[in-house]
Design a protein around this ligand. Structure first.
Ligand code: CA
Ligand code: CA
Length: 322
């Protein structure tokens, strides 16, 4: 009995720890670094992107593109920059003059003079009448540049804005947990091409859903039906939901490398696959049956997230697995 009590107490602690301490632990994502001075998390993106794409990338990660609120934050980020990214010469910041030429505002609508506005001498100069985005150099000075230039950038998440999805163990409340399958899912109702969908799930620390049982196919079918009821349908190119399988070197496989025929679920719809080499990306009809589609069609898609299994943690600790 004493042992049972101990086990119960341990489980209780484990659950309480999961539920209440993410902010205390200052935990957002493994790829973000916490800075105490500004009580925020930051990530340097070293793969350069255009201005709008940089902003979008941060939002996919559940963050926003960084701009310094003040000298204090500019100093903090330059220190992190010097410590971790010695080769990056400049970063895009979340300031632009997209609405009216020459009126520089943060992406959340604040005039630049209300935040950090340490322009380099002679800037902003709107060179070639074509500079609406803003970069910060290593020395902390700002310059307006062409938004089509590709530059590294930094994403930011404040500790106070952190919301933890306790069931799914991620900082994203859009994922819902299914107890039977022990997985979390998010239905994306903004249609995207297959590769973009794949990258979107990846940015959310998840993956384009891989169906490995009839039960999972049923669950995703129900999710889709429910999402379609809730969402106004635009001009969809295909009534389909992209999934994490594709034709690779002539063989239908999941994105984790398992042949589709061995994946636990491979029920094709009527006449499918019918696209040959023109349709190499995987999707399901709204009824759950699979189809092949052109990869650049824009479709709904579902991301899947694995959850650390509490009972496995328990078993490992007590050696209680049979
Ligand atoms: Ca300039
Ligand atoms: Ca097809």
């Amino acid at each position: 009995m004493a042992r049972n009590k101990l086990i119960f107490y341990y489980l209780f602690l484990l659950v309480m720890t999961f539920c209440y301490s993410q902010r205390d632990k200052k935990n957002f994502r493994k790829d973000y670094k916490y800075v105490e001075a500004t009580e925020s998390f930051y990530k340097f993106h070293t793969m350069s992107k255009k201005g709008q794409d940089a902003k979008d990338m941060c939002e996919l990660e559940g963050a926003t593109i960084f701009y310094p609120e003040d000298q204090n934050e500019a100093d903090a980020i330059r220190q992190l920059w010097n410590e971790t990214q010695v080769v990056l010469p400049r970063i895009y910041i979340g300031v632009a003059s997209w609405i009216v030429k020459g009126v520089f505002e943060t992406f959340d609508g604040r005039p630049i003079n209300d935040v950090y506005s340490n322009w380099a001498p002679g800037e902003p100069n709107n060179a070639n009448d074509n500079e609406d985005c803003v970069i910060m150099r290593r020395d902390g000075t700002l310059n307006d540049v062409n938004c089509n230039d590709k530059n590294p950038f930094v994403c930011k998440k404040t500790l106070s804005s952190l919301e933890w999805n306790t069931n799914c163990d991620i900082p994203n409340l859009d994922y819902t947990y299914d107890a039977t399958l022990g997985k979390c899912y998010k239905f994306h109702s903004e249609p995207k091409g297959w590769r973009e969908a794949y990258a979107t799930c990846n940015a959310e620390q998840s993956y384009l859903a891989i169906v490995d049982s009839q039960a999972e196919a049923d669950h995703l079918t129900r999710m889709t039906a429910s999402a379609l009821r809730d969402n106004v349908q635009g001009n969809l190119e295909q009534p389909a939901v992209f999934l994490g399988f594709h034709k690779r070197r002539g063989v239908w496989s999941t994105t984790k490398g398992t042949k589709l025929v061995n994946s636990g679920y491979s029920k094709w719809g009527n006449q499918q696959p019918d696209g040959g080499d023109n349709e190499t990306c995987g999707a399901m009809f709204y009824n759950g049956l699979l189809q092949d589609l052109k990869c650049d069609l824009k479709c709904f898609f579902i991301c899947e997230h694995d959850v650390a299994n509490l009972s496995n943690v328990f078993d490992d600790r007590y050696g209680a697995s049979q």
